[in-house]
Design a protein around this ligand. Structure first.
Ligand code: MG
Length: 251
């Protein structure tokens, strides 16, 4: 069942979204060659505590960290730890926060130092795909319009969308109905209604869309070893343009 949020819930989700956006901005500024990915987890923990919020991810089905850090051919669910970031890597940070029982979830992929033109184009395309999905998300439209907009944006640029992992409804739970695939057909699926809150999250591969899970049972990698990028926002459906709850808010 799709849950419509009331105004009070939306207020808390805006605050959760603001916390997620601010902390992601702090993390992206800290990333540099030579850093261990576990240092990012420590920063996320410190900044959450400072704001009276909790990680959506830590303990979720046993996930051991405050955020996911996925490098190069890692798609999602990378566990921060001893891995050292190198110049030219691309790093996906996926991060969710709970504030007053309400959640927001967002992701960004950033380069470590100077990255290749191919990596830059992949990141720009994935960000563009998220924006295309958000543009299609409004009351009265069908969920499939979002999926189709993302798929078309990505595939028309020669890349593929990951199919085994999807966007999702979000609110009191990190994962609520509906699932939001990054591929599909316009005009299909449930009708979007004002007050629905959704996390849209295209995961885009330079090569094939297929993935595999590493021996740690968490980290998802591209099956063919190609680079992957991930962008995500939590949005609220309105009668007009969707409200982006995890938008950058810093000066
Ligand atoms: Mg998500």
């Amino acid at each position: 069942m799709i849950i419509i949020k009331n105004d009070e819930e939306l207020v808390c989700m805006r605050q959760a979204g603001r916390i997620v956006a601010i902390i992601l901005e702090i993390l992206t500024k800290e990333i540099k060659p030579g850093m261990e990915t576990g240092e990012l987890d420590a920063i996320a923990a410190r900044e959450l505590e400072r704001r009276g919020a909790k990680s959506s991810f830590k303990g979720y089905h046993g996930f051991p960290a405050n955020l996911c850090v996925s490098v190069n051919d890692e798609v999602v669910h990378g566990i921060p730890g001893k891995r050292v970031l190198r110049e030219g890597d691309i790093v996906s940070l996926d991060f969710g926060a709970i504030f007053e029982g309400l959640q927001a979830d967002a992701a960004v992929t950033v380069g470590v130092g100077e990255v290749s033109p191919a990596a830059k184009r992949l990141m720009a395309t994935t960000k563009g795909a998220l924006e295309a999905g958000i543009s299609a998300a409004r009351a009265g439209a069908r969920l499939g319009n979002i999926s189709a907009a993302i798929q078309h944006y990505v595939e028309s640029r020669g890349y593929s969308v990951v199919r085994e992992y999807t966007g999702h409804g979000i609110g009191r739970e990190m994962h609520e109905e509906p699932q939001i695939p990054n591929f599909g057909l316009s005009g299909q699926g449930p009708v979007l209604k004002k007050g629905m809150t959704l996390a849209l999250e295209p995961m885009v591969n330079i090569g094939d869309w297929r993935t595999r899970v590493s021996d740690n049972h968490w980290t998802v990698l591209t099956a063919d070893g190609s680079l992957s990028a991930h962008f995500e926002h939590t949005i609220a459906i309105t009668d007009g343009e969707a409200e982006v709850l995890t938008k950058e808010v810093y000066a």
